[in-house]
Design a protein around this ligand. Structure first.
Ligand code: CAA
Ligand code: FAD
Length: 389
C-alpha cells in the first residue's frame, strides 16, 4: 500500500500552530481561568493575548487583513484555548460564528467594512438567531425588519447572545415577510452603536461564566438598506449554512474541555496514593483513563474530518454530507466532553468536587456544548433528516 494516502491529519504547520497556541494558553490564559469563572468577568486579558498573537479570528481571509487560516487551524486554536479556559475559547469561536454569514452571503462592501476591524482585533462579531420563544424552532422568530425607503427598521428581542455588549457587530436574523415562513427571514449587520440597540442583564449561568450571554434588544433600530446580508428572504438559509461550518467549532471547544480534564486527571492519579500505591496502579482507574482518551480521540478525528470538509465547501466544492458531519461531530464531541469531565471529577474523588481543583469547572463548562448551536436532540434530528431524505 502506498504511504501517501491523502489524509485529513493535521499537517506539520497545524501541529506547530497547536504548540504555539498551547504555550500561549498555558502562560497567559490558564492562570486566570479559575478567577474568570469565580467573578464572571469577561476575560479581557485573554482577548488581549489572543489579539497580540493574531489568534482572535484566524479564519478571516487575508484579503480582509486576516490570517486566512483554514477551518482545521481554526479548530486547533479553539481546542487549545478551551483546554485551559472554555469562556476564552468563545472569543475565536463566536468571531467566526458572527462573521461567517457575511463571508458566505455578504456584499463585497459589507465584507470590507466589517471583516477588516475584526481581523485587526478592533471589534468582535456576535450572532443573533435565538429569541425567548424561538430556540430550537429558530424559524418561528418574531423580530421584524420593515423596509422604509433606503433603510430597514428592526424591532424585537434576541436572546442568549454570546459576547453581547462586548461585540461591536451583530448578525441579526429578522422577519421581512411574515407570510413566507423561513423564506421570509433576512439577515442584517447591526452595530452596537446603532440608535435603539440595548442589552439585557448578563444571564447567571452554570458554566462559561466569563462569556457574557445577554439579550440584544432592538427598538426602532434604523439601519441603511445595504446592511442586509445577501438577498431579502435568504437569511434563514444563510443562518443554517453558517451553522454547518460553525458547529464544528463547538465540537472543537468540547474537545478542548475534555482534553483539559483528561490531562489534569492523568497527572492527579499518578500522584494520589491510596492503599499504599498511586491510584493509577488500579485497573479500575486505568480503564477509566483509557476510555476517556479513546472517546476524545474518536471525537477529534470526526471533528478534524468535518473541518476539512468545511474548508473544501467554503472554497466552493460540493460537499453533500457537510450538514451531517457538522452535526455529528458537535453531537459526539459534546457528549464525550460531558462524559469525560464527569469521569475526571470522579477520578479526583472528593477533591474533584471542590473549587480547589479545575475539573468541576470543566464539567460545568462542558454542559453548554450539548445545548448551544442547536441542542443535541436537534443535531440528531438534523442527522436523521439527512439520512432519511
Ligand atoms: N444550509 C442551508 N439551507 C438549509 C440548511 C442548511 N444546512 N438546512 C435547511 N436549509 C433550508 C431548507 O432548504 C429550507 O429552505 P427552502 O424552504 O427554501 O427549501 C429552509 O432552510 C428551512 O429548512 P427546514 O424546513 O429544514 O427548517 P425547520 O424550521 O424545519 O428546521 C432546524 C430547521 C434544523 C430545526 C433549525 O431551526 C435549527 O438548526 N435549530 C436549532 C437552532 C440553533 O442551532 N441555534 C443556534 C443559535 S447560535 C448559538 O447557539 C451560539 C453559540 O453557540 C455560541
Ligand atoms: P428549547 O428549544 O425550548 O428546547 C428545550 C428542550 O426541548 C431541549 O432539550 C430541546 O432539545 C428539546 N426539543 C425542542 N424541540 C425538539 C424536537 N423537535 N425534538 C426533540 N427535542 C426537542 N443563540 C444565538 O442565536 N446566539 C448565541 O450567541 C447564543 N449563545 C448562547 C449561549 C448560551 C450560554 C446559551 C444557553 C444559549 C445560547 N444560544 C445562542 C441559544 C441556543 O442556541 C439555544 O438555547 C438552543 O438552540 C436551544 O433553544 P432553547 O434554549 O429555546 O430550548
Amino acid at each position: 500500500m502506498s504511504s501517501d494516502i491523502p489524509a485529513y491529519a493535521p499537517s506539520e504547520e497545524h501541529e506547530l500552530l497547536r504548540q504555539t497556541v498551547r504555550e500561549l494558553a498555558e502562560a497567559k490564559i490558564a492562570p486566570k481561568a479559575a478567577e474568570v469563572d469565580e467573578t464572571g468577568e469577561f476575560p479581557q486579558d485573554a482577548l488581549d493575548a489572543l489579539v497580540q498573537n493574531e489568534l482572535h479570528a484566524v479564519h478571516i481571509p487575508e484579503s480582509y487583513g486576516g490570517a486566512g487560516a483554514d477551518a482545521l487551524a481554526t479548530v486547533i486554536v479553539i481546542e487549545e484555548v478551551a483546554r485551559v479556559c472554555a469562556s476564552s475559547s468563545l472569543i475565536p469561536a463566536v468571531n467566526k460564528l458572527g462573521t461567517v454569514p457575511v463571508l458566505l452571503s455578504g456584499s463585497e462592501e459589507l465584507k470590507k467594512k466589517y471583516l477588516t476591524p475584526v481581523a485587526r482585533g478592533e471589534a468582535m462579531f456576535s450572532y443573533a438567531l435565538s429569541e425567548p420563544e424561538a430556540g430550537s424552532d429558530a424559524a418561528s422568530m418574531k423580530t421584524r425588519a420593515v423596509r422604509d425607503g433606503d433603510h430597514w427598521v428592526l424591532n424585537g428581542v434576541k436572546m442568549w447572545i454570546t459576547n453581547a455588549g462586548v461585540s461591536e457587530y451583530y448578525t441579526v436574523m429578522a422577519v421581512t415577510d411574515p407570510d413566507k415562513g423561513a423564506r421570509g427571514i433576512s439577515a442584517f449587520v447591526v452595530e452596537k452603536s446603532d440608535e435603539g440597540v440595548s442589552f439585557g442583564p448578563k444571564e447567571r449561568k452554570l458554566g462559561i461564566k466569563g462569556s457574557p450571554t445577554r439579550q440584544v434588544i432592538l427598538e426602532n433600530v434604523r439601519i441603511p438598506a445595504d446592511r442586509i446580508i445577501g438577498e431579502e428572504g435568504t437569511g434563514f438559509k444563510t443562518a443554517l449554512a453558517t451553522l454547518d461550518h460553525t458547529r464544528i467549532t463547538i465540537a472543537a471547544q468540547a474537545l478542548g474541555i475534555a482534553q483539559g480534564a483528561l490531562d489534569y486527571a492523568i497527572g492527579y492519579v499518578k500522584e494520589r496514593r491510596q492503599f499504599g500505591k498511586p491510584i493509577a496502579d488500579f485497573q479500575g482507574v486505568q480503564f477509566m483513563i483509557s476510555d476517556m482518551a479513546m472517546k476524545i480521540e474518536a471525537a477529534r478525528q470526526l471533528t478534524y474530518h468535518a473541518a476539512i470538509k468545511s474548508e473544501r465547501a467554503f472554497h466552493g466544492a460540493k460537499v453533500p454530507d457537510l450538514t451531517f458531519v457538522s452535526s455529528a461531530c458537535k453531537c459526539l464531541a459534546s457528549d464525550v466532553a460531558m462524559e469525560v469531565t464527569t469521569d475526571a471529577v470522579q477520578l479526583l474523588g472528593g477533591y474533584g468536587y471542590t473549587r480547589d481543583f479545575p475539573v468541576e469547572r470543566m464539567m460545568r463548562d462542558a454542559k453548554i456544548t450539548q445545548i448551544y448551536e442547536g441542542t443535541n436532540q436537534i443535531q440528531r434530528m438534523v442527522m436523521a433528516r439527512q439520512l432519511l431524505k
